[in-house]
Design a protein around this ligand. Structure first.
Ligand SMILES: Cc1cc2nc3c(=O)[nH]c(=O)nc-3n(C[C@H](O)[C@H](O)[C@H](O)COP(=O)(O)OP(=O)(O)OC[C@H]3O[C@@H](n4cnc5c(N)ncnc54)[C@H](O)[C@@H]3O)c2cc1C
Ligand code: FES
Length: 255
């Protein structure tokens, strides 16, 4: 069940151009949050009435969030220093099922890698395909994932080929080859819609269970305003309350 917390910022540092890693002291959230759940942050300024949603990236030694500065709220968040207090509503949403029988392949891009980091912390055996525009976008993620005991292999693609240990192109270009190894029991994906849809269709074509973690514009974050609805084969669903994680077979790909 979600609750309000007043939590102290432990650190808030830029890890790549315009991307910050925020660590907050929130032991109760760390103890209860499931991989794929998110927090709604109330920014400490009367300028911001709506909370901002962020995926929980890690619950080891505090709660960690990775965010990109895209507008006024995240710009303001980036100015907050260690010792400041943040009001958090958490944990929200359903999270990944985490019941795969053997190795899971994670496929993520951009800030969508945040919830997948939490999955890799909690599962025993995973491999990950990281996609990004360029080297700056993937390097800090590789560092974060590489020290986790569950990680066997990290596959990397960059659109411009600037990460020299990875491939040039999109993650979805590399995916069919990775899946042909036939060693995964499920695929979990989070990132740009086009990446998730391509990943889900490929996973389903390979007979694999696939879960998609959606990001939609949100207002209330609690299922009351309908601003985050998506169409599924079971009718309209709210990403904040029924998701953000959905079985890929439930989603209607032409919406
Ligand atoms: C469940 C969920 C989890 C999220 N997790 C993360 C995360 O881990 N890291 C992260 O950096 N961001 C995440 N986001 C997106 C994040 O909430 C927005 O980037 C943030 O609220 C923008 O606030 P702002 O005031 O800076 O931007 P605003 O001034 O409100 O908007 C500026 C621009 O940002 C973009 N934007 C705003 N909200 C969203 C959104 N929900 N999705 C996509 N683009 C948006 C739009 O292009 C908009 O024009 C998540 C969103 C959801 C719904
Ligand atoms: S954000 Fe209000 S219903 Fe989802």
């Amino acid at each position: 069940m979600s609750k309000l917390f007043e939590s102290e910022i432990k650190s808030n540092v830029e890890v790549a151009p315009s991307v910050f890693k925020l660590e907050v002291d929130a032991p109760e959230i760390a103890a209860t949050a499931k991989a794929g759940q998110f927090v709604q942050i109330k920014l400490p300024s009367s300028e911001f009435t709506l909370r901002r949603p962020f995926g929980i990236a890690s619950t080891i030694n505090g709660v960690k969030i990775f965010y990109r500065v895209v507008g006024r709220g995240t710009e303001f968040l980036s100015t907050l220093k260690a010792g400041s207090s943040l009001n958090l509503l958490a944990p929200l949403g359903n999270g990944f099922s985490m019941n795969a029988s053997s190795k899971v392949l994670l496929v993520g891009g951009g800030m969508g890698l945040a919830p997948l980091l939490s999955v890799a912390e909690k599962l025993r055996e995973v491999e990950i395909l990281i996609g990004g525009r360029n080297r700056d976008e993937v390097t800090f993620w590789i560092k974060e994932f590489s020290h986790l005991p569950s990680i066997d292999i990290i596959f990397v693609t960059t659109d411009d080929g600037s990460y020299r240990y990875g491939r040039k192109g999109f993650a979805t270009d590399y995916l069919p080859e990775i899946l042909s190894a036939d060693k995964y029991s499920a695929v979990y994906t989070c990132g740009p819609d086009i990446m998730m849809y391509g990943t889900a269709l490929e996973a389903i074509a390979n007979g694999l269970h696939c879960e998609i973690c959606f990001e939609r514009r949100m207002a209330c974050g609690l299922g009351a305003c309908l601003s985050c609805s998506i169409d599924t084969i079971n009718g309209r669903k709210k990403v904040c309350k029924d998701g953000p994680v959905f079985d890929a077979r439930e989603f209607i790909f032409n919406t």
